[in-house]
Design a protein around this ligand. Structure first.
Ligand code: NAD
Ligand code: TYD
Length: 347
């Protein structure tokens, strides 16, 4: 099998690429990534010499490049993760999100449809999406696969748009697709602009921890390797033209999560209990901040037997340990030096 994974140099994509390269030596894994600020080939240092792995630098928005790629390689499957992924950036620059998340996705859909249209048998377009397309929950309830889309941020609106296009290609052209909508991920290789890695880095550096609004916003956190395992399962066993929600059954109010993280960090840094909490600073809220996300992951559990493998406490401990053990990775990311890795290795 030739599998195209897009966005494989990013946070979740790098875990998916590593898993597929290691677990399926008989597959050829092509990692297509534009290496935006979020793409970092150091995430894949340990596997980049494997014979079944190939990195391709390219932009999914570039139609002729994508068409040529599909003409050059006979792909059996696409696992599409490439995206602009940060809500705060989407508030600053929504068009960047429209370009990559909507136009880029439609480019890929077109190329796959054209390459496969004579025989869709055995082909699959797997679109990786987010629970944020469902909008915000109140205090009660969970997102199921049939919850109506109601996105609030430019990021979630662009992901919702891409999901609609994937389904439209399924209905209109018969393209075999599957979509998963996952809750917030955390773990190794997470870019330190998102809550958990940003706060780990800030605690290490004794910088303040900017908690938006009153900190009472709720997210459902999933360890990234559990997401990669779910993607593997759905890619191989999921039903075509179907959707699966993926989540941790693990809701945390931001402020409680931050306090837990502070206490884990105090122990690692041999600080007195309560020391890191002093860094918490309540700051101006994010505009349009969604109150609560929470996934009902019953379907993927019942149909495919998937469930998270680690508790949040275990996953957070693993994550914090990883950031301590990989201070080079973190300093390359925060200083921007990670951009040199591509030049050194690939040019
Ligand atoms: P990320 O920002 O860490 O990685 C995105 C990757 O896509 C980067 O390597 C980047 O270089 C690449 N990319 C961006 N624009 C591109 C373009 N135009 N062409 C080619 N490559 C491009 O994101 P992530 O957190 O790993 O998320 C991956 C996917 O999973 C996204 O589709 C996101 O919407 C989805 N998702 C993320 C989460 C989460 O908690 N992080 C949760 C659910 C779903
Ligand atoms: P984030 O990691 O950006 O993920 P998402 O917006 O996709 O859920 O944010 C997680 C939660 O943490 C969200 O409610 C916003 C909040 N947050 C802060 O309070 N401070 C911060 O500096 C960041 C980055 C996020």
């Amino acid at each position: 099998m030739n599998i195209l994974i897009t966005g494989g140099a990013g946070f979740i994509g790098s875990h998916v690429v590593r898993r597929f390269v290691k677990n399926y030596p008989n597959y050829n894994i092509y990692n297509l990534d534009a290496l935006t600020y979020a793409g970092n080939l150091e995430n894949l240092k340990d596997i980049d010499d494997k014979p079944n792995y190939k990195f391709i630098k390219g932009d999914i928005v570039d139609e002729s490049f994508i068409n040529k790629l599909f003409a050059d390689v006979d792909f059996d499957g696409v696992i599409h993760l490439a995206a602009e992924s940060h809500v705060d950036r989407s508030i600053e620059d929504p068009l960047a999100f429209v370009r990559t998340n909507i136009i880029g996705t439609v480019n890929l859909l077109n190329a796959a449809k054209n390459a496969w249209k004579d025989n869709f048998e055995g082909k699959r377009f797997y679109h990786v999406s987010t629970d944020e397309v469902y909008g915000a929950l109140g205090e009660q309830g969970l997102f199921t696969e049939t919850t109506a889309y109601d996105p609030n941020s430019p990021y979630s609106a662009s992901k919702a748009g891409s999901d609609h296009f994937v389904r439209a290609y399924g209905e209109t052209y018969g393209l075999p697709y599957v979509i998963t909508n996952c809750s917030n991920n955390y773990g190794p290789y997470h870019f330190p602009e998102k809550l958990i890695p940003l706060f780990i880095n800030n605690i290490m550096e004794n910088k303040s921890l900017p908690v938006y609004g009153d900190g009472k916003y709720t997210r459902d956190w999933l360890f990234v390797e559990d997401h990669a395992r779910a993607i593997d399962l759905v890619f191989h066993k999921g039903k075509n033209h179907d959707t699966y929600n993926i989540g941790g059954f693990n809701e945390w109010q931001n402020i409680d999560l931050v306090k837990l993280l502070c206490s884990v960090m105090d122990k690692k840094l041999n600080r007195a209990e309560g020391e890191s909490e002093k860094l918490i600073a309540y700051v101006k809220d994010r505009p349009g901040h969604d109150l609560r996300y929470a996934i009902d992951a019953t379907k993927i559990n019942k149909e495919l037997g998937w469930k998270p493998s680690v508790t949040f406490e275990e996953g957070l401990e693993l994550t914090v340990d990883w950031y301590f053990d990989n201070s080079d990775w973190l300093s390359h990311v925060t200083s921007g030096d990670y951009k040199e890795y591509y030049k050194k290795m690939y040019t």
